[in-house]
Design a binder for this molecule. Structure first.
Ligand SMILES: Nc1ncnc2c1ncn2[C@@H]1O[C@H](COP(=O)(O)OP(=O)(O)OP(=O)(O)O)[C@@H](O)[C@H]1O
Length: 231
């Protein structure tokens, strides 16, 4: 007997539009995509081609319109808000502007991501946060507020936070856009190594040609469609 493992991300015929009636503007057209366990997929393409919209659909951050999206074993078409919230807790998100809370230390920002998990005492959460910050090279900076860290360091905190809850999938939107070349490369290499270790696939939207080498696969989008490889 074979066990057929479902890919962590499987999209079929995803079509999505903003606006209604005459103002309706399609931004995704029949997108199909599969991401394998542990795979690192980069999504590139011109501004406005629909990359972020696709990422937010996969991340259950917006409701589907047409097509099918199976993410970590759950169908998102027709999924309730409750189901989407539950799925979001199994996904690690990293954004361009890191989205750290300015009044919390690096350690508190990471520990907060563990609160949803339940089952851990505060002491355990803080210990786990310290271990994660250590793994991204920030052992010396756990007590600092985001404002006292460099851009690269803040983005490392965001990586630690995204991986804190042992996500089944990591979604990143332009995580290096605000960073210089070296910090950007450090952050994505770190992200890649940590995700590979945990077997979590990464889907990363980027315009940054300096980080293309981390990809297992690069996908281009144009005008709401995935451009066929080699085309
Ligand atoms: N909330 C919204 N309401 C209306 N139109 C939107 C909304 N969000 C995005 N759009 C439009 O949808 C299209 C696709 O946007 P999207 O952000 O997905 O593209 P992108 O490829 O990620 O672009 P960029 O690289 O600039 O981030 C754009 O034309 C954008 O203006």
């Amino acid at each position: 007997m074979h066990t057929i493992t479902e890919p962590p991300v499987a999209l079929r015929d995803i079509t999505y539009a903003f606006g209604e009636g005459e103002l309706r503007r399609p931004v995704l057209r029949q997108v199909a995509l599969e991401v394998a366990p542990g795979e690192i997929v980069l999504l590139t393409g011109p501004s406005g081609s629909g990359k972020t919209t696709l990422l937010t659909l996969i991340g259950a951050l917006r409701a589907m319109q047409e097509g099918s999206a199976r993410v970590l074993g759950h169908e998102l078409a027709g999924a309730s808000e409750t189901a989407r919230v539950a799925l979001r807790q199994r996904i690690g998100f990293i954004f361009q502007n890191h989205n750290l809370l300015g009044f919390l230390t690096a350690r508190q920002n990471v520990a907060m991501a563990l609160e949803m998990q339940g089952g851990l005492t505060e002491r355990e959460r803080l210990q786990r946060a310290d271990a994660l910050l250590d793994s991204v090279g920030l052992a010396e900076h756990t007590e600092k507020l985001p404002a006292h860290l460099s851009g690269g360091q803040r983005q490392r905190v965001a990586v630690a936070r995204a991986l804190a809850a042992d996500p089944g999938l990591v979604l990143a939107d332009e995580p290096t856009a605000a960073l210089d070349k070296q910090s950007g490369q450090e952050v994505v290499h770190l992200l890649r190594d940590l995700a590979k270790k945990r077997g979590a696939p990464i889907l990363l939207v980027t315009h940054d040609p300096r980080i293309l080498d981390i990809a297992d696969r690069i996908i281009s989008m144009e005008d709401g469609r995935i451009v066929p490889a080699g085309g």
